[in-house]
Design a protein around this ligand. Structure first.
Ligand SMILES: Cc1cc2nc3c(=O)[nH]c(=O)nc-3n(C[C@H](O)[C@H](O)[C@H](O)COP(=O)(O)OP(=O)(O)OC[C@H]3O[C@@H](n4cnc5c(N)ncnc54)[C@H](O)[C@@H]3O)c2cc1C
Length: 442
């Protein structure tokens, strides 16, 4: 049977150490699939609100936050970009405040190093001003527009005509945050089963006569080794596989997930002085991605990127990673073709830049002309789970969804939790817990 983990905080706020523990029970009131930051935040919130119920998290990997939550830019976003009134806007602004508060409580290090969104061409200025207005509508604290001189005062090596200054933006190690959520969850009595890849879920056929468990825990969740866990209700937070989990439960396969790989470059240590805080471009309004940016990390390094390239494998972190199943899944989906046909030149450009270091450095030189190809190294990659509808539209907002029938009504799926879901994780967790109480009558 899969192994359960128990966390112990490392000294001085260092990432927690984890050791394997043997598993006990296999029936739970609520099971959460996925130990990314969203699943763990939701599990923590649920167990804190319902201490008399039993909870488990099932995760297919051997470590927590192994995918998106452990391979991202590490930025605590302030909530500037998102459509006023959208879940993204609301949950990001709330989530950033909760994230800072949580890190303070737990002694998790973060830096409120701020961010500049920089316009380097005249035609970007109207879009920058529109972003400023949007940020004000979203109640982002401390925003102001600054000119070339103030840009240089904040970022001496950065050039620009005008910038949106967001002093509230910060950085943190989200893997450490996710591990801390897991620790809270376990301390409250929750169980985490690692190496448990959910491949099947169904309603128990018939409860054996007199069996209380059969009535109370009618949902059976199995992994590919044939091991099973029974529960009353199920929440899935499966990131890159959220559509597959939904399909397995008999809920809608749409929106489908399309993986977009993001490759980072890393600034050589002797060049880190070029960057103080986050420096972002004015984003292309046609895409939900924020553009190739300069981001300091908690370990002192500086990451540059990420780009956004259609990936041929959902968890494929290298340029040539390929999965026949994922590839066929993507190319047989009409929504993907519509997206590709509408954005051929952008897609080809991103592919070219992914292969060419000098093309990526050219993007960076728009902001910091001193950066050269000899100052950077190829760095890690992350893969974004981006939901796509059948008309080829990238689904921008967070999406939560359930189903009908015996099984569907016992399941809640987090279908789309793109950036800034790490920032928003505690606020998303609150919303999930409200929804779970409503749907499942917890
Ligand atoms: C390159 C990149 C940069 C980003 N930058 C930022 C940023 O700076 N700030 C920010 O706020 N957000 C950022 N994001 C977004 C953020 O990282 C994600 O929105 C967030 O991590 C999503 O968390 P999640 O728990 O939904 O998904 P994940 O972290 O992907 O977790 C899903 C989990 O489900 C598990 N799982 C899947 N299928 C199964 C199964 N069948 N059985 C059991 N387990 C399963 C997976 O193994 C995984 O652990 C970035 C994302 C990327 C990729």
């Amino acid at each position: 049977m899969a192994a359960a983990l128990r966390g112990r905080a490392g000294p001085g706020g260092a990432p927690a150490l984890w050791r394997v523990q043997s598993r006990g029970r296999s029936t739970f009131d609520v099971v959460v699939v996925g130990a990314g930051i969203v699943g763990l935040a939701a599990a923590r919130e649920l167990i804190q609100r319902h201490p008399s119920l039993s909870f488990a998290v099932l995760e297919k990997e051997k470590e927590l936050a192994h995918h998106q939550s452990g391979n991202n830019s590490g930025v605590i976003h302030s909530g500037i970009y998102y459509t006023p009134g959208s879940l993204k806007a609301k949950l990001c602004v709330q989530g950033a405040a909760l994230c800072y508060q949580y890190c303070d409580q737990k002694g998790i290090p973060y830096k409120r190093c701020g961010k500049l969104i920089v316009a380097v061409e005249q035609d970007e200025i109207p879009r920058l001003k529109a972003l400023y207005e949007r940020g004000l509508q979203n109640n982002v604290p401390g925003l102001k527009l600054i000119g070339a001189k103030e840009i240089q005062a904040k970022e001496p090596f950065c050039r620009g005509l005008m910038a949106l200054d967001s002093p509230y933006t910060g950085i943190v190690n989200y893997k450490q945050v996710a591990q801390s959520y897991a620790e809270d969850f376990q301390e409250a009595g929750g169980t985490i089963l690692m190496d448990f890849e959910v491949t099947n879920m169904e309603m128990a056929k018939e409860s054996s006569p007199g069996s209380e468990d059969g009535l109370k825990y009618p949902v059976i969740v199995r992994n590919k080794k044939g091991e099973e866990v029974s529960c009353g209700h199920l929440l899935t937070c499966a990131g890159l596989y959220s559509d597959r989990l939904s399909e397995i439960s008999g809920c809608s396969p749409e929106p489908r997930i399309v993986p977009f790989r993001g490759d980072y470059l890393v600034l050589k240590p002797e060049k880190r002085y070029l960057v103080k805080g986050n420096i972002y471009p004015v984003p292309n309004p046609r895409f939900p991605f924020l553009g190739f940016h300069f981001t300091p990390r908690m370990d002192g390094s500086v990451w540059l990127g990420p780009n956004a390239v259609l990936a041929f494998k959902r968890e494929g972190y290298n340029l040539f990673d390929f999965s026949t199943g994922d590839f066929l899944d993507a190319v047989t989906y009409s929504g993907l073709w519509k997206l590709v046909l509408r954005n051929v030149s952008y897609g080809v450009g991103e592919m070219y830049r992914a292969c060419s270091l000098s093309a990526q450095v050219k993007q960076l030189q728009r902001f910091i002309p001193e950066v050269t190809t000899s100052d950077v190294l190829r760095g890690p990659s992350g893969v974004r789970a981006q939901a796509l509808d059948s008309d080829g539209n990238l689904v921008d907002d967070f999406v939560f969804d359930g189903g009908t029938g015996d099984l569907g009504s016992r399941v809640l799926h987090v279908r789309n939790a793109p950036s800034p879901a790490a920032t928003s994780s505690l606020a998303i967790a609150g919303m999930i817990a409200d929804e779970a109480r409503r749907r499942f009558e917890l």
